[in-house]
Ligand binder design. Structure first.
Ligand code: GDD
Ligand code: MG
Length: 475
């Protein structure tokens, strides 16, 4: 694979988000090295930036592909379509199907996965999101926030909540259990196996770039796919639309937030993948990020990365920090620390808002790791099931915008503008003033007790394992 990269990026504290790279060759053979060119900025300004084309050899891609798990969240998708997705996933990659389908469909998905993995001699896992043993394993591991409520009685079965985000968390936990270093997500309703294969290669190339070609030492890495187009049928013609409706809206507001919090002058369209359903990262990063419920999961990853690793807190947040300090000091009867006159507080202090730290003995947290976020535009268009309805798109937009609205980083004026926009555009989905509901976000999975999870999953769940797991041949 060969990518055209760009030297342009936006830093937000420790997070660096790169301008979109492009796939310009699906198979770059054995070539190594890169060529650099200075190309004029395509936008209105006269600035130049350098573009390189970087080939990624089979070996460099394979090094990632053998260490990555691809999670396929699936809810009642067409069997033949799911089969195409499996056919497109690179051979040395672990497949993890997390299903929230009807029992009959789940049975058929398991059968499909089992046949495919047997025929191709590879490892595949499948589990149902409502599997009671799986829920018990999450519960035992300390992730009880993911449980459905209310349970009428103690004896009612535990169940993990519905939602794509929740399904992805299950995929993260199973991939960790399988000892993988990276994780990627590919929707089960992708209708083109060749596009799935391109996504796998893009994950490998993008992760390789983020880990080895940036200046950061041992960074977290994330790759977000910007599909080339999302085709729609209009007046009996196939139209290759460059952006989807959710992406257009969420990207615009995400860029407005970015411009408000990033240092220096910034492009106002650097984020092209706010909703990227297809994305990959190193597993440690997936364990550190908070996952949000449902379709808020992808926009929230950017917000959470900035909140946890990135943004220097602005004046508004400094004030809130001082209020928090005063409140805790009052409760403990300790003198209120004198507020610092510095206009900026490093992100290392931001856990004051969420964790239960004692401020009288301020902790000295470790320097957060750098985060490299790479966005890559594919060659293939993204054909997927488009029959899920208008309401579905509206809810997805509102969920994405809600993550921006409720971020502690969002300046009050931007929040006001967003509220007005949401009131005008989504009146039936938001509060009377335009406020979107604050969505559930789960604690980072790094707090999971993985030993407890492993034990309960193995003993109690109906996890389907096809292939060689822990040296043992299963099913
Ligand atoms: N396990 C599980 N549990 N899977 C689910 C659930 C669930 O509750 N709900 C949906 N899925 C699966 C679907 O079967 C599909 O494979 C994938 O998650 C994405 O769901 P879609 O309903 O097809 O979403 P979409 O196509 O409208 O939106 C996709 O693209 C957006 C960007 O344009 C999603 O990937 C979004 O997350 C993304 O923001
Ligand atoms: Mg879809």
């Amino acid at each position: 694979m060969r990518l055209t990269t760009s030297s342009k990026s936006t830093p937000i504290g420790n997070v660096e988000i790169h301008e979109v790279f492009r796939v310009i060759e699906l198979d770059a053979g054995r070539s190594v090295g890169s060529s650099v060119s200075d190309a004029p900025d395509g936008g209105s300004s006269n600035s130049t930036r350098s573009h390189s084309t970087i080939p990624f050899s089979f070996e460099s891609l394979r090094a990632i592909e053998s260490q990555i798990a691809i999670v396929v969240p699936c809810m009642d998708e067409d069997r033949a379509t799911l089969a195409g997705v499996l056919y497109g996933i690179s051979n040395e990659t672990l497949i993890v199907v997390v299903s929230n389908s009807t029992p009959t469909n789940f049975e058929s998905e398991c059968e499909l996965l089992a046949d495919f993995c047997k025929n191709t001699e590879r490892l595949g896992l499948a589990v149902h999101q409502k599997d009671e043993g799986l829920a018990r394993a999450f519960h035992a591991a300390g992730m009880s926030d993911t449980m459905m409520e209310p349970r009428q009685q103690q004896t009612d079965p535990l169940r993990i909540r519905n939602g794509k985000g929740e399904g992805m968390m299950i995929g993260v936990a199973l991939s960790k259990l399988a000892g993988k270093q990276f994780i990627g997500f590919i929707d089960a309703d992708n209708q083109v196996a060749g596009a799935v294969q391109e996504y796998c290669k893009v994950y490998a190339a993008g992760l390789h770039y983020a880990l080895h070609c940036s200046n950061a030492i041992d960074p977290h890495a994330m790759v977000r796919i910007k599909w080339n187009s999302k085709p729609k049928v209009k007046d009996n013609q196939l139209v290759f639309e460059k952006s989807g409706r959710s992406s257009r809206v969420v990207n615009e507001w995400m860029n407005r937030l970015l411009c408000a919090i990033a240092e220096g002058e910034n492009q106002d369209d650097i984020i092209q993948t706010g909703n990227a359903g297809e994305h990959a990262m190193n597993l440690d990063f997936a364990m550190e990020l908070q996952f949000a419920t449902g379709y808020a999961v992808e926009p929230f990853q950017l917000i959470d990365a900035w909140e946890q690793f990135g943004a220097h807190l602005g004046a508004d947040n400094v004030e809130r920090l001082h209020t928090a300090i005063a409140t805790i000091a009052d409760e403990e009867g300790t003198p209120t620390p004198t507020p610092t006159s510095s206009p900026e507080i490093t992100p290392a202090l931001s856990p004051v808002f969420t964790a239960h730290s004692r401020l009288s003995t301020p902790p000295t947290p470790p320097e957060p790791r750098k985060v490299q976020i790479v966005q890559v535009e594919t060659c293939n268009p993204h054909f997927h099931d488009t029959s899920k309805g208008e309401g579905h798109i509206g809810r997805m937009q509102v969920q994405g915008l809600s993550t921006i609205y409720h971020s502690t980083l969002t300046p009050p004026e931007l929040r006001d503008h967003l509220r007005v926009y949401m009131k005008q555009s989504f009146s039936s989905l938001v509060g009377p003033g335009g406020e979107p509901e604050k969505l559930r976000a789960y604690p980072p999975m790094k707090h999971m007790d993985m030993a407890a999870f492993a034990q309960v999953v193995k003993e109690k769940s109906q996890l389907l394992v096809v292939g060689n797991w822990d040296g043992k041949q299963m099913i």
